[in-house]
Design a protein around this ligand. Sequence first.
Ligand SMILES: [Fe+2]
Length: 395
Amino acid sequence: MGESRISTFEFATATTIRFGVGLSRSPDEYALFRGLRVFLLTGSDPSRYEATIQAVRETATVVTIEQTRGEPDTVEIMRLVTEARASDAQAVMSVGGGSVIDAGKVVAALLTNHGALFDYLEVIGSGQPIVHAPAPFAAVPTTAGTGSEVTRNAVIGSTEHGVKVSMRSKDMLPDLALVDPGLCLTLPERATLLSGLDAATQLIEAYTSRKANVMTDALCVEGLHHFSRGFESTVEHARSARGVTGATEDDIDARSRMCVASLFSGLALANAGLGAVHGFAGPIGGMTGAPHGALCAALLSEVSRMNIDHADQHTLQRYQRVAEIIFGEDTTYRDLPDLLYHRVQQHGVDRLSDLGLTPDRYAEAAEKAQRAGSMKGNPVIFSDEQLIDVLERSA
Ligand SMILES: [Fe+2]
């Protein structure tokens, strides 16, 4: 197995990335907002990060605080845009999970670009490029999973169309990605579990992507090491409900490793793309409303099996590395799909049938997945029949 040559690549990310426990509580971190009116978006439980909100208030004028619940759809996003425009906001900040950060990217872009969300959405909208640079935008993640703080797209569900689609622009990369692992110490067990599995899926898919490059490879390998050392401990910490006050140094270290895994997965996927798990997760999420992380966890094992069964030597080498990092030096890539399956099942993650996808919709899911942007990174090109086979095995 010879090494492949280094190909041309490009790498784009947030203007500034700051990482550290407790950083989000420091007003100095929000210098980019000084003198500006800030529209602040949070998740459904802002009590988890009151000190962060207070630190922003000490630096800037917070004109509105909006809570978003679940994964916002086109209607909810346009409501937020209208609210931000009406409040004469000059900058946007998101403190929350991937959906809150994605919503913030859209609000920041539509504060400076006229029109409605549909003018800019891919697939179901006009897909127009944004003309003006978005308003200053800071992303502060409170989960460790999506890496959305360093990606250039926002994933938005359309209830009307039954799909999830993206608004995408390199200009939508945040001006500041502020990653404070201390914010994850209050993340509940299920969110810890599913966001962690999303990060792992993103690292595996970006590493085996046909668009991977030498820089994203380095991030994926390092990210997978941190995932394998931090994941189980963070789930245990969340389950024990030790929270902030009962957190040990080891708990903080584990949360930090998962924040690195998530951050690196975002850096990698934004520049290397993803694969069939995410190719499926977007459309099926739109069809069923099932959480993104749960869909990734349900599909990862069987997509890996199908890829390994049809992969070339180069891709098999990569799956071998993934198997060794997560499950130990003695593991081979042939064991990987079953090991992934057992790891996910051991945590009681739902099967695809429990997430609301019924067999009569497999053909529709496969057809939509074939058109999904993420599918372009998958190392193997599958037929519709093969994709349906993956769904049947994951049911
Ligand atoms: Fe994901």
